[in-house]
Design a protein around this ligand. Structure first.
Ligand SMILES: [Zn+2]
Ligand SMILES: [Zn+2]
Length: 282
């Protein structure tokens, strides 16, 4: 059975107010480990409190942009938020866990080399990838982005980097460049259509690319009634999790890091997140 890490380093806003308690039974499994740190509603614990060192951030983002974030008031939170993804990657490489679910407060996919926006300040997955490269000589990474919006930041950072396969599903035009792929979605689609597109556009590329780890930029903002409404049902996310877990099992010994992206509804979070985390652990 795989070992699953849940990284609860920082969150911002209302949607995760019911966590980590809302994870419920997932936390009582023997193969699930909770790594928590600072959380606005409880006293900061000393356990695993490790904001990403600024030297790591400078490998991905420009000094100008880092200074801007420093003055934005979100600097501390952005460092802690990215630290969850970095810690998950390192612990997977150390063999402590096999896969991970990362709660983020300020991240990820709209943060590029020299810009940020849409509530994303630092690109945690990108920082984690550069850290894996420098510490372990890891070479090949895949990122699937099923947030409803285009991951302009992630695309920008890895545009000229053939060692990162990035496949984004959004409303932007379909294009392909240097292992960066955008898959255009119709403005509304069924769960079946969505899953078919993922199986057709992501699976074969990942099998050919053979990444050492798969990052999943998972947003639930495309769910019906959310701000990025694509007409998708809550169920889709669980089915996607099952698909991607199976795929990671085939190509990279189950190494899958789920990075929470968009979605705002507080009622959907406790409905979806425990199910996705449970898929990782079962
Ligand atoms: Zn989004
Ligand atoms: Zn896109």
């Amino acid at each position: 059975m795989l070992k699953t890490g849940i990284f609860f380093h920082y969150q911002n806003g209302d949607r995760l107010r019911d966590f980590p308690e809302a994870l419920g039974d997932v936390l009582s499994r023997d193969n699930v480990f909770l790594y928590d740190a600072f959380y606005p509603l409880k006293p900061a614990s000393s356990f695993d409190l490790d904001a990403v060192p600024i030297e790591l951030v400078t490998r991905v983002h420009s000094p100008r942009m880092i200074d801007e974030v420093r003055r934005s008031g979100a600097f501390e939170g952005a460092l802690l938020s990215a630290s969850g993804t970095v810690a998950a990657a390192l612990r997977i490489w150390n063999g402590e866990i096999d896969n991970a679910f990362v709660f983020t407060g300020y991240g990820d996919h709209h943060a590029g080399r020299d810009f940020y926006g849409g509530g994303c300040y630092f690109n945690g997955a990108a920082i984690a990838i550069q850290e894996l490269r420098s510490r372990f000589a890891a070479r090949r990474f895949a990122i699937i982005d099923t947030d409803a919006h285009h991951g302009d930041g992630t695309w920008d950072i890895f545009e000229n980097d053939p060692g990162v396969l990035y496949v984004c599903f959004c409303s932007g035009p379909s294009r392909e460049h240097n292992n960066k792929v955008n898959v255009q979605l119709p403005w509304r689609l069924t769960d079946e259509d969505y899953l078919d597109l993922v199986k057709k556009s992501f699976h074969p590329r990942v099998k050919a690319f053979r990444p050492e780890v798969i990052f999943w930029n998972w947003g639930y903002d495309g769910t019906r009634g959310e701000y990025g409404d694509l007409g998708l049902s809550p169920d889709l996310h669980v089915r996607l999790a099952e698909e991607l877990k199976g795929l990671a099992g085939e190509v990279c010994r189950g190494r899958l890091i789920v990075v929470l992206c968009g979605g705002s509804r507080r009622d959907l979070a406790p409905l979806l997140i425990p199910k996705v985390a449970n898929v990782l652990a079962e």
